[in-house]
Design a protein around this ligand. Sequence first.
Ligand SMILES: Nc1ncnc2c1ncn2[C@@H]1O[C@H](COP(=O)(O)OP(=O)(O)OP(=O)(O)O)[C@@H](O)[C@H]1O
Length: 328
Amino acid sequence: MQTQDRPLLDVRGLGVDFRTRDHERLTAVKDVSISVAAGGSLAIVGESGSGKSVSMRALLGLLPQNATVHGSATWNEGTSSTELVGLPARQFQAIRGRKIGMVFQNAMQALNPTIPLKRQLTEHLRWHSACTRAEAEKRAIRALGDVGIPEPERRIRMYPFQLSGGMRQRAMIAMALVAEPRLLIADEPTTAVDVTVQKQILDLLVDLRDRGTAVVMVTHDLGVARYLCEDVVVLYSGQVMESARLGEALDRPVHPYTKGLLGSALDLGDPSPLRPIGGNPPDLVDRPPGCAFQPRCVDDDGARCAEPQELITVGATREVRCWRSIDE
Ligand SMILES: Nc1ncnc2c1ncn2[C@@H]1O[C@H](COP(=O)(O)OP(=O)(O)OP(=O)(O)O)[C@@H](O)[C@H]1O
């Protein structure tokens, strides 16, 4: 592959197992492959517990001690490549925050409530790039302004607890962006804020994407995904069920799980009743050998669905983990 064709982030066969308190092995992520082009935008969608956050944390080296990560995740820039799986903690510091920015659901996870914003932002910046204290402060104020915080020169002196929830969420985004990363991973960044702030944060991310930063958005909300992303990966019980261009997947979903997710998504413009997916996700300790979605699938075919399902390429840009998709 030519250097310029390589994705910025190329994840192949990512798996995450946890050792549980009962000494059992829980497979939270299984054989996940995704790639993000420079400037691309990918949504990772799925119900609660489908492995969205665990797979992103695995890429960032942020999983607890009881986790084992396998597979490969290459970070490609110019002619250099860095393997993220198994990267020593010290070397992660050169990637996390600098090359890959992170935004989480809860701003308090990222911001220290006992330290004023100014110190948090400038120290972060000076850690990740060689700049003077004065330059760092200037860039930090600009970053706060860029995320729509009014009077950033005044607010930068505040502690996170002195800001409203929406403002804190923006400050966290400013923190993620201040070092100008090439990729932003946003894990449900709008779940804990009201609809107005949600729209402002999404607009901010759209603007960022339009200026060339690649974005991976983890969300259970397909509306959010549609607003921001070009591509989508649908996860179920830690496996990719469907990956496609987002518009294609929404207009013509192929996997029964994707169809189920769409049927259960709230659409304020559509008065038809919601059709939640029946049943519960499988036990991740004792996974069924065949399709993980089979017990809940309205198209369950018995024997064929009870066999392990491979990802099948459908058309030019789609992959679906369901034998029925061969007919598509
Ligand atoms: N430290 C841990 N030890 C054991 N199991 C864990 C640990 N962290 C996560 N898991 C399990 O991994 C699975 C995937 O969790 P994950 O947080 O990735 O789901 P998610 O799709 O992000 O869900 P949500 O939308 O609710 O955040 C869950 O079954 C969860 O219980």
